[in-house]
Design a protein around this ligand. Structure first.
Ligand SMILES: Nc1ncnc2c1ncn2[C@@H]1O[C@H](COP(=O)(O)OP(=O)(O)OP(=O)(O)O)[C@@H](O)[C@H]1O
Ligand SMILES: [Mg+2]
Length: 275
């Protein structure tokens, strides 16, 4: 995909202030979660951040944008009546796939892992899914988009949905390299993106800051642009436990270190894009 085609899909990126959002009749905040590398905690963060925002009284929609390898339903232990693949296959609106999750208080558009209808979408089909999400976004205060691993057309089109892109990184060299690649490509293709970095699975806040510093220096040296730090989430064995039991993390371990970190991140987001 060339620069022009992404820009054409994204006529008004990067501006998420309430005034502008209201004028465009959008959700107050749209936050996409990306990483380049797989397995760094995007889906867990997308769910837990959605939960934290819902607990703070926000109306939240979580869109599983890992098309073809959807995981939100698995981590939450959901059996949605309408999954996105079925809705796309039937030609119905994206809104038909919205499921309310009583246990968390937020809405989800879940995919289905291995869905044939979602695994090989064209750029235009992904763009129309993205537009479908934007069409229902005004019903919500926050829309969170869990973007799959990679830096291909699908991830870039979904990341260009507007609002904020949180780039999740860990201290592994492969994660840092892939996050840098994602930032480089997304920054080139979307004018003035509001990208921020989340360090996940940090052994301490100091280590998290060190990881962020490494990424920041690479961005400054080679891109002359460096996304700010949005938050540090500590490595916490309770995360795996909650996923194993397919239970929302904030329900199962509300007092865990990682719970406090995600709640702080939710507060940071609210501060950075105030109502
Ligand atoms: N803060 C954390 N502390 C400890 N483990 C974590 C933390 N965050 C995520 N994990 C672990 O990382 C694993 C991967 O998480 P998750 O599936 O959310 O990653 P992902 O980036 O969405 O992966 P994919 O790219 O495959 O979609 C989880 O099984 C979980 O055990
Ligand atoms: Mg995932």
């Amino acid at each position: 995909m060339n620069t022009e085609s992404i820009v054409a899909l994204n006529p008004s990126p990067g501006n998420s202030s309430l005034g502008a959002a209201q004028r465009r009749n959008e959700a107050r905040r749209i936050t996409a979660i990306a990483s380049g590398k797989g397995g760094v905690g995007k889906t867990w963060l997308a769910i837990t951040l959605s939960h934290a925002l819902a607990r703070a009284g926000q109306r939240v929609l979580l869109f599983d944008g890992d098309l073809g390898l959807a995981n939100v339903d698995i981590q939450l232990g959901l059996m949605p009546e309408q999954d996105l693949g079925a809705v796309v296959a039937s030609g119905a609106d994206v809104g038909a796939a919205v499921t309310h999750v009583d246990s968390t208080g937020f809405d989800v558009i879940a995919g289905k892992s291995g869905s044939g209808a979602l695994s090989s979408l064209t750029r235009q089909e992904v763009a129309s899914l993205r537009q479908g999400v934007l069409d229902i976004a005004p019903r919500y205060d926050d829309v969170i988009v869990d973007i799959g691993a990679g830096i291909d057309t699908t991830q870039l089109v979904l990341a260009s949905i507007g609002g904020t892109v949180l780039v999740v990184v860990t201290d592994e060299p492969t994660s840092l390299t892939d996050a840098y690649a994602f930032i480089k490509v997304a920054n080139r293709l979307t004018p003035r993106p509001d990208m921020r970095v989340v360090v996940n699975m940090a052994s301490s806040r100091t280590e998290g800051e060190r990881t962020y510093g490494t990424l920041k220096r690479a961005c400054e040296s080679f891109l002359k642009f460096s996304p700010p730090l949005a938050g540090i989430i500590r490595r916490d064995a309770k995360v795996k436990d909650a996923i194993r039991y397919q239970t929302p993390f904030l329900t199962r371990h509300p007092n865990a270190d990682a719970a406090a970190d995600v709640e702080a991140l939710a507060g940071q987001l609210a501060k950075a894009t105030p109502a």
